[in-house]
Design a protein around this ligand. Sequence first.
Ligand SMILES: [Zn+2]
Length: 290
Amino acid sequence: MSDEPAVPHITDVYVRLECDLLVIGDSILTDRHHASNGNYDADDPQNQIGGIIPAFPLSGWLRHGMERVVQQHDGTACHPGEASANFKKAAVYERDLDDGYHEKGACVDDANADDGCVIFDLFGGFEGIPGKLMRRPIKFSPVRSSVDYTRGQAEGHFRRLNQNIVSRNDEDNREPLRNAELDAVANLDGCWHLSFRETKSEFTGLLCEGLDYLDAHNTNFMHQLGGARNFGAGIVDTHLVNPLYDDHELKRVFDRGKATTNAMDEKDDQWKVEYRPAFEEALAARLENQ
Ligand SMILES: [Zn+2]
């Protein structure tokens, strides 16, 4: 980019996430073993359990939103699956390739070069090539005062949900046929810390637009986050927290007792009018050249 450096180099950003119910299969890591002391009761609301939401589902969710933005610009995106993988559903993979995707890595001639598509650039690919977007897990806690938003943490309430499938015959008296347990986080509100290993204006532009897309389509089955989507889980309100905020201002975003300051309002205007359009122009320029 030969742009004047009118826009700041942004390396660390925070993504606001609000979700009433999030179900991530059985991969939420909790600290209940420390809290339980052998008599932990998963259903006791007194249990103040914190935990970690792994980055894998978050990353897939974000990537899917970004892929859509690339496609809206008439570009194609790296498919997340390796071309050489032995897909169970090869025909479905082929159909994806006709529908806005190219084979993973097909956009780079030399696997070490960083001239692939912008999705490859951000998320990396085969042969251990790292993406330039580092995605962290989110640590959550039910106690808001112990949540450090500047470290990409969230308030969230862990519960283990039980699901019973019962017999439909009257004489069986709802005899359970199957019981499933789901790990869920309720009332998640916090931020996800992302870091760019290398800063490019189009990365920030794509992040903004990808999050807007996900927010606007958050009840679309394809763009809910995690599992139990038919039951309303994974509907995420999201946006990029203004990267111009300092740590103090970032914390203030989550303080329900305090409004924004004048300085924050000014930064919001500056972001909206000056910076964000520049990042989005950079994205449009890059996608045009692909
Ligand atoms: Zn690609």
